[in-house]
Design a protein around this ligand. Structure first.
Ligand code: AMP
Ligand code: MG
Length: 408
């Protein structure tokens, strides 16, 4: 059996080389992965400006001891270039307005009294006080956002601040989902005895979309060899990634592996030492003139399917987009109560985190069955319990994966 870290490293390697870039408008770039370093086209800020409403002054003009009296000459307001500061005068200035040449400090207006057109300044300002210098945030040509960054709202603001209307981001991988099983029917349709609503695809698809993919779902295929092969062959031509759901175990009706091999997928079958989600089929399919399609065969049990897709599928989709950090950092949290564990596999236990007096506390949920959909929906984290552990006790500190880092 493969250890989790090994399986993850192999999956991430399948993501290379990353997809080529396209230019998209800033408005559409949230969550996309930057394809090239974004450099500042000029200094940020582009000119010295005032961080306060007040009066621009020249320190040399402040003789002797305070209070200092200077006549107010002119005004600097946002969106305009002011005249230079007249000798022995102060200039009215507003937040964001350019510093007039000659001024070396801004006195905030709360520290200035007005006596007609004379500013009465209570204290001597420091050199540069309340002035934000050109280039202080970022010098021209410096890297504003590094290639491989998954763009968050603040990155969009920074790209806008360095005057970009568009940014190069990796193309969205095209992902097709294909659920298999004689028992499956669409949610909300006739509940024929023995059938169950197909509930995995909608969740997996949403996770993939949040990971930047363009997604499609094929109609479910029955546990019938020829139909399964036809569906796989069609999906593979049109997809960067094919995700199959169900049928990857060793039962008589588990046709996914032989069907994938029959249509030409080079398959690696992994038994990953994790719980839930042990069986995982991973493969490559050569497409002429295009990158290989990648196949991810997930187990059908809802919690297994969602957890394996969260920890392997989502990072793969991110890696395909060149994301420099496709897998999130583990958080640390203290267990509120004990959790038993049979040694052998890394357990990813569904859990709820909350803010404790110091750091986070975490509580594993009762029903950890791989078929349980409820605890998957209640969980906001997965507690990672080492494969050789015999359990964790109340008060123990554990590694935690926040689902918000994986599924959003
Ligand atoms: P399988 O991986 O095909 O052996 O299925 C394992 C369990 O998951 C069985 O109880 C299936 O009925 C169930 N299952 C398989 N696929 C799905 C699906 N797409 N949605 C909901 N349950 C599923
Ligand atoms: Mg099945």
């Amino acid at each position: 059996m493969l250890r989790f870290e090994e399986a993850l490293a192999r999956i991430l390697a399948l993501g290379a080389p990353s997809l080529p870039s396209e230019l998209v408008a800033l408005e559409d770039a949230d969550g996309r992965v930057l394809g090239e370093d974004l450099r500042a086209s000029g200094d940020l800020p582009a000119f010295d400006y005032s961080s306060m409403d007040g009066y621009a002054v020249r320190l040399r003009d402040l003789d002797g001891a305070p209070p200092f009296r200077l006549p107010v000459r002119g005004e600097s307001r946002t969106g305009a270039v002011p005249d230079g500061l007249a000798p022995n005068a102060a200039m009215r200035i507003f937040t964001g307005a350019a510093i007039p040449t000659g001024a070396d400090a801004v006195v905030m207006q709360e520290n200035v009294a007005r006596d007609g057109d004379v500013a009465v300044i209570a204290e001597r300002p420091r050199n540069g006080q309340n002035i934000r210098r050109r280039g202080a945030d970022l010098a021209a040509n410096a890297i504003a956002i590094a290639k491989g960054t998954r763009l968050r709202p603040a990155h969009l603001a920074l790209a806008g601040a360095v005057d970009r209307a568009e940014v190069p981001v990796a193309l969205r991988p095209i992902v097709t989902f294909l659920a298999t099983g004689d028992e499956l029917r669409r949610p909300g349709t006739d509940a024929v005895p023995g059938t169950i609503p197909e509930s995995n695809t909608v969740a997996l698809r949403a996770m993939a979309r949040r990971a930047g993919a363009q997604t499609r779902a094929q109609p479910y295929v029955r546990d019938e060899r020829a139909a399964t092969e036809r569906a796989f062959a069609a999906a593979l031509e049109e997809s960067d990634v094919l995700v199959t759901v169900g049928g990857v175990s060793v039962g008589d009706h588990d046709l996914v592996r032989p069907a994938l091999e029959a249509v030409g997928v080079k398959l690696d079958f992994w038994r990953v030492a994790i719980k839930p989600g042990k069986p995982l089929a991973i493969g490559r399919f050569a497409r002429s003139g295009r990158r290989d399609a990648i196949v991810v065969g997930l187990p059908g049990n809802p919690a297994s399917a969602m957890i394996t897709f969260a920890i392997f599928g989502v990072p793969l989709l991110r890696a395909m987009q060149g994301d420099a950090k496709p897998f999130p950092a583990f958080a640390r949290a203290r267990m509120t109560r004990a959790h038993a564990h049979d040694p052998g596999r890394l357990e990813l236990a569904r859990a709820v985190v909350s803010q404790a007096e110091q750091g986070f506390s975490v509580t594993t949920l009762g029903n950890q069955a791989s078929g349980a959909s409820t605890t998957m929906a209640q969980a906001d984290a997965l507690v990672c319990i080492a494969e050789n552990a015999t359990g964790v006790g109340a008060g123990d500190e554990v590694d935690v994966l926040l689902l918000s880092d994986l599924c959003s």
